[in-house]
Design a protein around this ligand. Structure first.
Ligand code: HEC
Ligand code: HEC
Ligand code: HEC
Ligand code: HEC
Ligand code: HEC
Ligand code: HEC
Length: 444
């Protein structure tokens, strides 16, 4: 009796299949990198405008200081500022931004006219800005207006960059797989036919059954398996149980889609502008909607920026979210006044320690000088806020063991620092040396 092994032909086909799909995936990656290389120079068009200023720094200053009253391309409390550098002399602009009221009082013709044209609203004085700062802002306001791309064209560009090629590759792979399966079935059938014609018996599939029987009879093997099963299941059970109450990665949907990426990242707004109490109190707090309205009285439409990557949602979606903010505070954007009808926003809390734990922000942010990002992760890149750290007791204590206390420039504690360093015989004090692992420090 001769057994016919189909292995060689099968493995050959499998190898072929592997090589085929590999070559496909390599070409698809090659396309991706080619696309991104081609896209890179296009993204770099936001070069600083001519003149002495740095438009990127200017944008930051503009957003924090001026955006409350000025837009680039539309009138707001103050006039649109795009191209304002060509309207006045530099010297005029320096003294205007530093103190516009003085100029109006001194009777400067252009200043008096502007004041009259703008319902005699008073512009804030910025004596703290240097000429360099103002140059930067003017460089930003002098940048040419972004060309508005048609969404359809943009969408088409997107798909041609990645979508189509990926779909094509997937489709081709599917086709190859189907062809392979058909081929395998056919090969199997012809082989059987050939062996039947030659009078060769194909081996029956009964070997597996006897193998099981042999295994069941071998008590040692059974014992080892049971022990292994018990060990691994308790390992996983332990891991699972230790996860209870740990909400790392928790990312709830908020009533208003508020993007930290757009606010803290792209527009460079300081964390403490909104979370102002982090420095001085136990909690960081969520800003009240009035803080939002400092800017959003004027930022009513989402503009986006051609040099940034707002790929997550459409402009219409973002503008709709700003409308939700208006509904909540009762702001009538058309009439530019409050209607008095408010609907408080119920933000979903993301970070939440159990009640029996004492955690104090100012202790960490102001005294220890720990960056927000050390605990909260790269917030400025988060489109949706999520819990970055585990917030377990082990996490707190590990950091207390590893982090040196900031001793320099802290005369108040100098004596106690020196004494403690002597007591522990160390050069650098960790938070743990200071009592950062005592139960009572963290537990009420
Ligand atoms: C509190 C609101 C407010 C803020 C903040 C503000 N401005 Fe103004 N700005 C105005 C108003 C209102 C006018 C129109 C003149 C007037 O009524 O005094 C104006 C006018 C101007 C003008 C003259 C525009 C023209 O068309 O000639 C310039 C330039 C200017 N602002 C620059 C700035 C810069 C730069 C900043 C930020 C550093 C800034 N403003 C911040 C309210 C403001
Ligand atoms: C323009 C205002 C604004 C700025 C700037 C801002 N935030 Fe927030 N932050 C909010 C709002 C509103 C929420 C509540 C909605 C949410 O969770 O997304 C929030 C939520 C959070 C939370 C989660 C709070 C919770 O529920 O546990 C953390 C952590 C946080 N911010 C950290 C930061 C850090 C770090 C920065 C600076 C990189 C920053 N924020 C900048 C407005 C702001
Ligand atoms: C310092 C100014 C400033 C403050 C304060 C501010 N925003 Fe914004 N906000 C902006 C700017 C700038 C944009 C982007 C506009 C653009 O690119 O066209 C924006 C965009 C948005 C958007 C659309 C994009 C997104 O994140 O979904 C929403 C919604 C929004 N803000 C809500 C809020 C809320 C809620 C608050 C208060 C917690 C707030 N903003 C506070 C300046 C501010
Ligand atoms: C040492 C780690 C650490 C640092 C540094 C830190 N946080 Fe927190 N943050 C936490 C923990 C832990 C919580 C949960 C507190 C609770 O549930 O009582 C939290 C909660 C928050 C909340 C939710 C509201 C609240 O106060 O409970 C906000 C908002 C927040 N942090 C913002 C910030 C900002 C902004 C900074 C930087 C200025 C910062 N955090 C720095 C650990 C940190
Ligand atoms: C990123 C590192 C880091 C993390 C994470 C951290 N801490 Fe701290 N913590 C410090 C440092 C550094 C100090 C020392 C501050 C000082 O006195 O200069 C400190 C001090 C403290 C103190 C005061 C100790 C004393 O001696 O008075 C308490 C209480 C505390 N932390 C609680 C917590 C809790 C609760 C958590 C977890 C939810 C936590 N910390 C997470 C770095 C951290
Ligand atoms: C640096 C701060 C810190 C110190 C010091 C600390 N704990 Fe904790 N402890 C925490 C935090 C934070 C939690 C909450 C952990 C969670 O929710 O997963 C916690 C939780 C607990 C729990 C609840 C069980 C659990 O794991 O959730 C017990 C019990 C506990 N701690 C006992 C102690 C004892 C005993 C000490 C002294 C040896 C101590 N802790 C010191 C921060 C601390």
């Amino acid at each position: 009796m001769k057994k016919v092994g189909n292995h060689t032909s099968f493995s050959r086909i499998l190898l072929f299949c592997l090589a085929f799909s590999l070559s496909f995936s390599i070409t698809s990656y090659a396309q991706d990198t080619a696309a991104s290389v081609a896209a890179a120079p296009a993204d770099a068009t936001a070069a600083p405008a001519e003149g002495a200023g740095d438009a990127v720094k200017g944008k930051e200053l503009f957003n924090t200081l001026c955006a409350a009253c000025h837009k680039l391309d539309a009138k707001s409390t103050g006039p649109a500022l795009r191209g304002v550098a060509d309207k006045h002399s530099r010297e005029w602009l320096y003294s205007w931004v530093k103190n516009s009221s003085d100029m109006i009082k001194s009777g400067d013709a252009a200043a008096v006219k502007l004041f009259a044209e703008n319902n005699k609203s008073v512009m804030t004085s910025f004596p703290q800005l240097s000429h360099g700062d103002i140059d930067n802002i003017l460089a930003y306001t002098s940048a040419p207006a972004p060309v508005v791309e048609k969404p359809a064209a943009a969408a088409a560009g997107e798909t041609s960059k990645t979508g189509v090629s990926n779909d094509l590759v997937l489709f081709a792979l599917m086709l190859v797989l189907v062809v392979l399966i058909v081929m395998l079935v056919l090969v199997n059938r012809t082989l059987r036919r050939v062996s039947a014609a030659n009078g060769v018996e194909v081996a029956k599939k009964d070997s597996s059954v006897s193998l099981w029987r042999a295994y069941a009879k071998n008590q040692f093997l059974v014992f080892v398996t049971v022990v292994l099963l018990l060990l691994s299941s308790s390992y996983f059970l332990y891991g699972y149980l230790m996860q209870i109450g740990v909400d790392q990665g928790y990312e709830p949907i908020q009533p208003i889609h508020f993007s930290h990426k757009i606010h803290a990242g792209d527009n460079g707004i300081d964390c403490k502008y909104c979370h102002s109490s982090a420095r001085v109190s136990k909690t960081s707090g969520i800003p009240s909607l009035n803080v939002c309205m400092n800017c959003h009285k004027n930022v009513s439409e989402f503009q986006g920026d051609k040099d940034s990557t707002y790929v997550d949602h459409s402009k219409e979606f973002y503008s709709g979210e700003i409308k939700k903010l208006y509904d909540a505070v009762g702001w009538d954007a058309a009439a530019q006044k409050y209607t008095g009808k408010q609907k408080p926003v119920k933000w979903v809390r993301v970070h939440n320690l159990p009640d029996f734990v004492y955690f104090n922000h100012s202790q960490h942010v102001s005294v220890a000088g720990v960056e927000c990002q050390t605990c909260h992760g790269p917030v400025e890149t988060m489109e949706v806020m999520r819990q970055h750290s585990p917030l377990t007791m082990g996490w707190c204590i590990n950091c207390h063991r590893e982090t040196d206390v900031k001793v320099e420039g802290n005369d108040y504690y100098k004596k106690i620092h020196d004494e403690l360093a002597k007591k522990y015989g160390v050069q650098k004090l960790t938070a743990a040396n200071m009592g950062g692992t005592e139960c009572g420090k963290c537990h009420y």
